[in-house]
Design a protein around this ligand. Structure first.
Ligand code: NAD
Length: 328
């Protein structure tokens, strides 16, 4: 079995690679070529935590995986990650576990890549400006994915914590310099999104993080944060204004994401407003953007197929490059 640390993974796998891996994952998922049972959630009231178990199997890749990612918000006070995670990768030909990968790194890559795939397929080709709301653990790969798929002049970032907003913008402006995009802090979320062609929200918010009426025509919004019925970062106004609404998996989104469940419950949208899953755009079964000025929303909660394909591709690359630690 190969042990792959965050450093090992970054040595062998880029955001561009992750976007290609997610494209394959979404395609396989939509073609019915993956088995991805809904993830199992166990809530620990005792520790204010949630254990998440995410299995997946793809016969075409001869691979299966189980990601364990546990959401423990109080960990921050203990100087621990609020989402510790590992991915167990299984050889589909014989059932042996062939790798253990740092799950936080896999998650950051594949979650950023989901926005990358959606914004690439659905965003305006001439997009010049981006916005990122939320500057926590997932934010850096979200931002990099946005920069990977379009040549942007500016991205405004906003977090409810002004210090984090400033620090993140400064750090990313330096670390992602090679993309040639100016990363700037915004004083409010509305300021951040005002000129944006591409918008990503990645917060655990329980009320909308920007005013949907201020989003400009032609914008594409990727909503990453909400994964429980009470969580909502998207202003329902943006759903009412959207010409098209896509998902990573409609079934998964409707099983957990307040971003969609709350406006459905309130009658502000109906299931007829849903366009479909992003994998069906990749296979050509449904259309993507048709008009320059339509507003498009993509909601992702993350599916096991992304972890599986991403982990498998990292593992293959690590074997080729002889990176990682052998165990037993
Ligand atoms: N869709 C997926 O596949 C996927 C994968 C991983 C994580 N997530 C979810 O994405 C969300 C963010 O994850 P993270 O690890 O970056 O979290 P984090 O706790 O590290 O950071 C969240 C950030 O959001 C900011 N924030 C909270 N409310 C805000 C608001 N109203 N306006 C602006 N900023 C606000 C916080 O200040 C914080 O900086 C979580 O809900 C997480 O569960 C989704």
């Amino acid at each position: 079995m190969l042990l792959l640390s965050p450093t090992d993974i970054h040595q062998v796998f880029s955001m561009k690679d992750a976007i290609e891996a997610d494209k394959l994952a979404f395609r396989l998922f939509s073609e019915g070529k993956t088995e991805v049972p809904l993830r199992t959630q166990i809530v620990s009231e005792k520790q204010n935590g949630t254990f998440l178990f995410m299995p997946a199997y793809a016969p075409d890749l001869d691979a299966a995986a189980l990601k364990i990612i546990n959401i423990f918000p109080d960990n921050i006070d203990k100087d621990l990650s609020s989402a510790p995670a590992q991915v167990l990768l299984v050889d589909g030909k014989n059932g042996y576990v062939n790798a253990l990968l740092d799950g936080a790194t896999v998650t950051q890559l594949r979650t950023g890549a989901a926005s990358g795939v959606a914004l690439d397929l659905l965003g305006r080709k001439d997009a010049k400006s981006g916005a990122l709301i939320g500057t926590g653990g997932q934010a850096a790969t979200q931002l990099e994915a946005m920069l990977c798929i379009r040549t942007l002049e500016t991205v405004f970032v906003y977090d409810q914590n002004p210090e984090r907003t400033r620090d993140f913008a400064k750090k990313m402006d330096h670390e992602l310099k090679r993309y040639g995009t100016k990363i700037l802090p915004a004083a409010t979320s509305d300021e951040a999104i005002r000129e944006a062609d591409l918008i990503i929200t990645v917060t655990p918010a329980t009320s909308p993080v920007f005013d949907g009426s201020k989003v400009k025509a032609g914008a594409t919004v990727s909503c990453v944060g909400s994964y429980q019925p009470h969580m909502q970062e998207m202003d329902p106004v943006i759903l009412e204004r959207a010409a098209k609404i896509y998902f990573d998996s409609e079934e998964a989104v409707l099983s957990e994401a307040g971003d969609i469940l709350i406006p459905l419950e309130e009658g502000r949208i109906t299931k007829d407003d849903f366009t479909g899953d992003i994998g069906d755009v990749l296979t050509g079964k449904i259309v993507g953007r048709e008009l320059a000025d339509e507003i498009i929303v993509f909601k992702t909660v993350g599916i096991g197929a992304q972890d599986l394909v991403t982990a498998q591709k990292i593992y293959e690359r690590a074997c080729e490059m002889k990176i990682g630690t052998k165990w037993s």
